[in-house]
Design a protein around this ligand. Structure first.
Ligand code: ZN
Length: 339
């Protein structure tokens, strides 16, 4: 059945299903919301539902749906940003692609009921391309549904946005990302690592699938980092130097590691201010974070936060890694104290 593959987006799916039932499908949609939450997939599923050959749309894989899935349906068009190249620094949708599309939309559907054109990442259209597309929206071709997807609708021409029915997609809860990861990832990953990955994905499936090993490894170090925040002191300089030396070698994992450190410091400050565990980036570590939050004054946590950010900046440049880490930890030692 169309839309079955879209998880965690009940509201958009309900709106689309209803409009198909009531035959009030719009000639232009704007699906907007974070990266990797199912906007493009929903556009493809809508194209399938509008052309499905099975009565009632309870499709089990008819010819039309299969062709759309394989991108060989003559009435289905998908325009995506061209990849970054040596000459253009940003992925873009150029005017030529929009003109090509317009030519194809002049004709009646070839074998389906409705032509569907999806412009994925519509904010990558350059101004000329966007203005050209505007003409199509002003005089929509018959039997055609146009779907724009965008992460940030404010980057689109307001005249474009105003001619589309907007449908908002939200971040996905970690449980849903976990379900998708379990299905999509082929390698065997320990359940606690999968959970960590789902939590680190910020509600985006594409981010969860792309999440690199360094980031996962950094996530596994959170408890060590917490010990460091709570326990670092001038009495334990040997630990400071050992830590700096170990991590200085892991160049690629260093930025993710410092990000985790920032996340923990942020959480400690939240616990300190709000006295509770809501809005945390690391809710699973609440019981370990509480005692650290108790002994660290808020100004110290904020100073540490600034120091980590400064170190991140230095390391993004050409700073000596081990020296930068040692300096960071010495600053940590200086900011310790009782609340
Ligand atoms: Zn079908």
């Amino acid at each position: 059945m169309p839309f079955e593959r879209i998880l965690g987006q009940d509201q958009p799916v309900q709106i689309l299903k209803k409009s198909i039932e009531n035959q009030t499908v719009s000639h232009a949609y704007l699906f907007y919301g974070p990266e990797g939450v199912g906007k493009k997939l929903a556009a493809i599923e809508l194209a399938k539902a509008l052309n499905c050959l099975t009565p009632g749309g309870e499709c089990c894989g008819c010819d039309s749906c299969r062709k759309i899935d394989n991108r060989i349906h003559p009435d289905f068009f998908l325009v995506e940003p061209e990849k970054k190249t040596a000459t253009s620094r940003e992925a873009a949708i150029r005017i030529e692609r929009i003109r090509e599309l317009q030519k194809k939309l002049i004709y009646m559907p070839y074998e389906g009921r409705t032509k569907v054109a999806v412009i994925d990442g519509a904010e990558s259209m350059n101004p000329q391309a966007a203005n050209t597309l505007l003409k199509t929206l002003e005089e929509p071709p018959r039997e055609t549904t146009l779907i724009l997807t965008a992460v940030n609708p404010f980057q689109l021409l307001p005249t474009l946005v105003s001619r589309c029915q907007g449908i908002r997609f939200s971040r996905l809860p970690a449980e849903i990302i976990l379900r998708v990861l379990e299905k999509e990832l082929e390698e065997d990953i320990a359940p606690d690592l999968l959970q960590l990955r789902a939590r680190r994905a910020e509600g985006s499936i594409s981010r969860a699938l792309e999440l690199d090993e360094d980031r996962v490894e950094a996530g596994q170090q959170r408890e060590n980092l917490l010990d460091l925040i709570g326990g670092v002191s001038f009495d334990r300089m040997d630990a400071v130097f050992k830590w700096s030396k170990t991590w200085a070698r892991k160049t690629s994992a260093l930025q993710p590691l410092l990000d985790e450190l920032l996340g923990l410091l942020r959480d400690l400050a939240v616990i300190k201010v709000r006295g509770q565990g809501s809005l945390l980036l690391n809710p699973d570590l609440l019981s370990q974070m509480r005692p650290v939050a108790q002994v660290k004054p808020l100004p110290a946590l904020l100073d540490m936060f600034d120091s980590v950010r400064e170190t991140k900046r230095q390391l993004a440049g050409n700073a000596n890694t081990q020296l930068a880490l040692e300096t960071l930890l010495i600053k940590f030692c200086e900011t310790r104290g009782m609340p």
